[in-house]
Write a protein that binds this ligand. Structure first.
Ligand SMILES: NC(=O)c1ccc[n+]([C@@H]2O[C@H](COP(=O)([O-])OP(=O)(O)OC[C@H]3O[C@@H](n4cnc5c(N)ncnc54)[C@H](O)[C@@H]3O)[C@@H](O)[C@H]2O)c1
Ligand SMILES: N[C@H](CO)Cc1c[nH]c[nH+]1
Ligand SMILES: [Zn+2]
Length: 438
């Protein structure tokens, strides 16, 4: 069994739990240097650097960056080439994702205060967004839908998608998903160099206002480093699943749920918390039985060995409190009465309730977004949503009468800050401005 067993009442439990996340800090340091260099190089040398990195990391033999653009005709061809079953599934998923995200639309609002001044908030869509679709170890048509549909619902005009295509192999499902979702431009570039190109722009790649989407440690680090020059949604790195089980779910189901995220990446995290030691034994046996059948067994084994754990807890309440400390990307409450535990859950990207709700349904078609915060950042980030593509401007309109009270308050506060121009600008609009000479 590749996974470690932990006991929450053991003296070294906290330390061992922390080790499941400590890898990031070590890796971050090395990756940070590499990524910083790639970003600086793209900013300085544009297309030429982008071509070099794309050849090096994705083995793409393109002559020019423009050769890496996939035009609208190729997207239409891909849509025609995928099977009817795949196309129907993509369209069904797209419909459900769209419907869910329409509920997130924020509207502008205004009100008048007692003095008749208008106050409010105006919502505008971003003009442009770059969506990162991962493509190193697997292809993610579902991530095309999850990234793009909320942007379309918000009304973003220019959506530029980047997706690595190792050795130049285009994935028709990814391109078909781009056609269905309504992406404007597609480039087959990936990694830190693609993030840098979207942030700084190159001769060929347009700079965007915000970069969203999941990716591996290089992508996540690049997004962190370009934040400020452009907006980013969150840190959505290697996938994570944490299952809290009361011991009543079929152990094979839980083992497979753990595999489902472990198969993404050697750095993925998969943890089971349960108060029943016999049940943990049963899941361990299921893991041993099922792992050899898996196509991506090597990745799963590596990820379970490095960041997997079966944890015995004192009770379900303690399991929830441990989960809150880890703030997992995905939390499964695989218990008979999930609604009873739900109010105690404070930090999780998405919560899957009850034994029938496998995390994988959320990855594809339930409706909520699968781009979710990882690395404990669910403490302060939320799922990707329409709100990520909308921004707010405050509105203030004072009438001649309405300004009388506000102007006096502003004048007093401005003089308290010794900012005379601020004070006089407010005072000049007052009917009896008083002494505004200084
Ligand atoms: N959190 C989420 O919402 C979510 C959703 C889907 C996938 N994921 C995660 O996305 C990730 C996808 O990873 P992936 O690798 O398959 O694809 P990816 O597109 O994220 O990364 C591939 C790129 O990484 C770069 N790269 C690889 N090795 C490098 C090196 N040594 N130095 C510099 N750059 C290097 C290359 O440029 C390559 O194009 C997984 O970790 C998966 O768990 C997360
Ligand atoms: N589980 C990933 C988010 O961490 C999303 C995904 C896409 N395809 C399969 N899974
Ligand atoms: Zn997944």
């Amino acid at each position: 069994m590749p996974m470690q067993r932990l006991d929450s009442s053991a003296a070294d439990f906290n330390h061992r739990l922390q080790q499941l996340t400590a890898w990031e800090e070590e890796l971050d340091l090395a990756v940070n240097d590499t990524v910083r260099q790639i970003i600086a190089d793209i900013a300085a040398r544009g297309d030429q650097a982008l071509l070099e990195y794309t050849r090096r990391f994705d083995q793409l033999p393109a002559e020019r960056v423009a050769d890496l653009e996939v035009g609208p005709e190729r997207l239409r061809q891909a849509l025609a080439a995928v099977s009817a079953e795949h196309r129907a599934a993509l369209e069904q998923a797209a419909g459900r994702i769209r419907e869910y995200h329409q509920h997130q639309m924020q509207d502008s609002w205004q009100y008048h205060d007692a003095a008749g001044n208008l106050l409010g908030q105006q919502i505008n869509a971003l003009e442009s967004a770059g969506v990162y679709v991962p493509g190193g170890k697997a292809s993610y048509p579902s991530s095309v839908l999850m990234n793009t549909i909320p942007a379309k619902v918000a009304g973003v005009e220019n959506i530029v998608m980047v997706v690595p295509s190792p050795a130049g192999k285009l994935n028709d499902l990814v391109l078909a998903a781009a056609a269905i979702a309504g992406v404007d431009r597609v480039f087959t570039i990936g990694g830190a160099q693609a993030v840098a190109a979207l942030a700084y722009g190159t001769e060929t790649i347009p700079a965007v206002d915000k970069i969203v989407g999941p990716g591996n440690i290089y992508v996540a680090t690049a997004k962190r480093l370009v934040f400020g020059r452009v907006g980013i949604d969150m840190i959505a790195g290697p996938s994570e699943i944490l299952v809290i089980c009361d011991g009543s779910t079929d152990p094979d189901w839980v083992a497979m749920d753990l595999f489902s995220q472990a198969e993404h990446d050697e750095n993925a995290q998969a943890i089971l918390l349960c108060p029943d030691p016999a049940y943990l034994d049963a899941v361990a046996a299921s893991i041993d039985k099922l792992l050899p059948q898996m196509e991506r067994a090597d990745i799963i084994r590596a990820s379970l060995a490095a960041r997997g754990a079966l944890v015995l807890t004192r009770n379900l309440e303690e399991a929830v409190s441990i989960s809150n400390r880890l703030a997992p990307e995905h939390l499964e409450l695989s218990v008979a009465d999930p609604e009873q535990l739900l109010p105690q859950v404070r930090h999780a990207g998405a919560i899957f309730m009850g034994p029938y709700t496998s995390e994988s349904l959320g990855d594809y078609c339930a409706g909520p977004n699968h781009v979710l915060p990882t690395s404990r950042s669910a403490r302060f980030f939320s799922p990707l949503g329409v709100y990520d593509f909308q921004k707010r401007s405050s509105l203030i309109m004072c009438s001649e009468q309405g300004v009388q009270q506000l102007g006096r308050v502003a004048s007093v506060l401005a003089r308290g800050e010794s900012l005379t121009a601020h004070a006089r600008s407010a005072e000049m609009r007052l009917e009896a401005p008083g002494d505004s000479a200084t």
